[in-house]
Design a protein around this ligand. Structure first.
Ligand SMILES: [Zn+2]
Length: 335
């Protein structure tokens, strides 16, 4: 039974590497993961007698390169990739769970290594996959088969969030916060009106020329726009449930991210509706026509008020709809 979980975890790892197109997708760290998973699967199929499915850096290297190498530099680079994997793999949990559910796998992979006792330089460290079995609830919740002809969006991990926007992630829109935001908005409204009033009265009394009035009017408008910009974003986020993250609120290493307004399990007593929280996410998929990455962005003039999936290689033609609930998309161009 335990072997089944390991087998599922290894298969999940391979499917993940096939589908992942985000940051560092083509790097050796994911090839190392794939190699580990393939080695594990082969051993399990051959009914490896009791022995744990553990591999040295040389084994992993041989699997990636296709030939055995005793080179010290090669080994060191493999250890580096695996070290990166140890840091990165947990951040892909959402996508791994999705892949597991979609393929009826019961576990997702996590990567571990054992330090070599007395090995000194780490020559004999063993690398292995440990399956993390999914709970029944996690398993059934997202288990949907992708309809024929549709594309599947995966939730990618977000790293390198600038520290000044980190608070947005998991910001719960609890009752007092909504009241507070509403209060802030009223204040901003009063401030905005006050500014206009101030400017207008100054002009009335100072006998300024038309051009100066126009200039100050534009200045005030820009100031008011800056004050209201965050409220406007929040409003669209609340009503549309997801918006394209403006460039200022994007992780530094991503071209497209979204801010999602997600229902939590807590119910607000006064309304009976779930409390929502904000999170910065990145949905992505792979183009079935050209295998390039698809990113979710604003629909522009053509698909006004919608988020759509655009293929990075053919952004004008390979265009797909985007449904954040079902996480699927349909081709929007008829040939
Ligand atoms: Zn494409």
């Amino acid at each position: 039974m335990k072997n089944q979980a390991l087998k599922d975890a290894a298969q999940c790892a391979i499917k993940f590497v096939e589908n992942y197109s985000g940051t560092g997708a083509k790097t050796k760290r994911y090839q190392a993961l794939r190699a580990l998973a393939e080695l594990t699967l082969t051993d399990l199929e051959n009914g490896k007698p009791n022995g744990p499915c553990e591999y040295t850096a040389y084994d992993v290297l041989e699997k990636i390169k296709g030939k055995y190498s005793k080179e010290e530099t090669d080994k060191r680079s493999i250890n580096r990739y695996l070290k990166e994997l140890e840091e990165q793999l947990p951040s892909h949990e959402e996508m791994l769970k999705d892949i597991a559910a979609e393929n009826q796998l019961t576990a997702i992979p996590s990567y571990y290594f054992s330090a070599s006792p007395g090995g000194g330089s780490g020559n004999y460290s063993k690398h292995f996959i440990i399956p993390v079995e999914l709970k029944e609830t996690e398993f059934s919740a997202v288990s949907e088969v992708v309809p024929e002809g549709a594309i599947k969006y995966y939730l990618e991990s977000i790293e390198n969030l600038p520290s000044w926007i980190k608070w947005i992630n998991n910001f719960e829109l609890s009752e007092w916060r909504i009241t507070f935001i509403a209060g802030l908005m009223s204040l901003a409204l009063i401030l905005g009106l006050g500014l206009y009033f101030l400017f207008m009265s100054v002009f009335l009394y100072s006998h300024s020329g038309g051009l100066e009035i126009l200039r100050s009017f534009f200045g005030t408008s820009i100031l008011i726009f800056i004050i209201f910009w965050p409220f406007r974003l929040l409003y669209f986020c609340l009503t549309n449930r997801i918006i394209a993250a403006p460039i200022l609120l994007q992780p530094s290493n991503m071209t497209n991210a979204q801010i999602e307004c997600l229902a939590t399990n807590t119910i607000r007593e006064s309304t009976g509706k779930p409390i929502r929280k904000l999170r910065i996410v990145s949905y992505a998929s792979t183009c079935p026509l050209c295998k390039s990455r698809i990113e979710v962005e604003k629909g522009g003039k053509e698909f006004h008020h919608r988020l759509i999936g655009r293929c990075l290689e053919s952004p004008q033609e390979h265009v797909y709809s985007f449904d954040r609930v079902l996480r699927i998309g349909w081709a929007m161009r008829i040939h």
